[in-house]
Design a protein around this ligand. Structure first.
Ligand code: ASP
Length: 323
């Protein structure tokens, strides 16, 4: 089998410098190839290194587009793809790719590490090995994230640890999504662009001034991070603000602050203002999946009714049954 590794940066290939860890061009490939030789990895691996190598906190839509484009351009040449990526925004990228890549039937597996391969105790070599083995599996055909001996679906994973080797979790379980429908098109990508997707995080005891200021920036989409199953204090001020936001064309979304979230605006009276304000509930979607899907939908649709309808229609494994 032929596999392509695309190396974007992140801790995995960083080396110490006077100003802290930084990516070292040309260093990681040799370490990985030496490990693959030692482990007698049976498949042919091609290496593509981005310039510059980046900390994943720097990545944005143009990097998602570059990755998706490289995968589509090389789609026919390889059986599977591995993306080496920093952990900070890896779940955002895996989510975005899960929606941007259409009609593809080969595994795309993201991985990285908590400890650089420079260090003896690195988790990077194990993670890369799992990612490559997964990319060579013929029963996998979607976007995944491989980390700490686990393979997650790329559209349902979130970073939960800054220090432990188990950096990621899937809030509603590990969904590998093997039962894919027939692709609706030839392999292609949906490019995305920057969009004003804003977030308001409710905190008890905080006036709504911050929410008002955000709404006045006329965001395209505003996600309210609410309590529990999607609740927030019901006040006339909130009702007025939501009405004003909707009138100016902002799509309002209700996403719970809970890790294992399931938004249900009919469960408590406390969600009435949000429900009557026309908010779209994010269900079990992670914030990462919501962000990636919104960027893709904003490329395809202008109308808020279309956006809302597609947001709640599963495209992949982003809306699993609550666990
Ligand atoms: N800051 C690093 C990054 O996301 C962290 C990591 O790779 O683990 O690029």
């Amino acid at each position: 089998m032929k596999l392509l590794i695309i190396y974007t940066g992140g801790t995995i290939g960083m080396v110490p410098s006077g100003t802290g860890w930084r990516p070292q061009p040309g260093y990681l490939e040799g370490r990985i190839r030496e490990h693959l030789r030692r482990m007698e990895f049976p498949h042919e691996v091609t290496w593509q290194e981005y310039d510059p190598l980046l900390d994943s906190s720097q990545l944005s839509c143009q990097h998602w587009n570059q990755l998706a484009r490289d995968i589509i351009e090389h789609y026919a040449d390889y059986d599977g793809f591995v993306v080496l990526h920093g952990t900070d925004t890896m779940a955002y990228t895996s989510s975005a790719l899960a929606f941007m890549l259409r009609g593809t039937r080969k595994p795309v597996v993201l991985t990285g590490s908590q400890i650089p391969v420079w260090e003896q105790t690195t988790d990077g070599l194990d993670n890369v090995m799992l990612a490559l083995q997964s990319a060579a599996r013929e029963d996998l055909q979607d976007v995944y994230l491989a980390f700490d001996h686990k393979l997650y679906h790329g559209a349902h994973v979130t970073k939960t640890n800054t220090d432990r080797l188990k950096a990621f979790s899937a809030p509603h379980g590990v969904h590998l999504g093997n039962e894919l429908p027939e692709p609706e098109s030839e392999p292609r990508m949906i490019p995305v662009s920057e969009a004003a997707v804003e977030l308001y995080h409710y905190l008890p005891g905080t006036p709504l001034r911050g929410l008002r200021a955000l709404i006045e920036t006329r965001p395209r989409v505003l996600i309210l991070l609410t309590y529990g199953s999607g609740n927030a204090p019901d006040t006339q001020e909130l009702r007025d603000l939501l009405g004003y936001a909707t009138d100016q064309g902002t799509l309002l979304i209700n996403r719970s602050q809970c890790f294992r979230a399931n938004v249900d605006m009919h469960r408590y009276e406390a969600a009435s203002a949000l429900r009557e304000g026309g908010l779209v509930g994010a269900g079990t979607m992670t914030l990462e999946a919501l962000t990636g899907k919104l960027h893709v939908l904003l490329t395809l649709f202008e109308d808020n009714v279309d956006l809302a309808q597609h947001l709640l229609t599963p495209w992949t494994e982003e809306l699993p049954a609550p666990k």
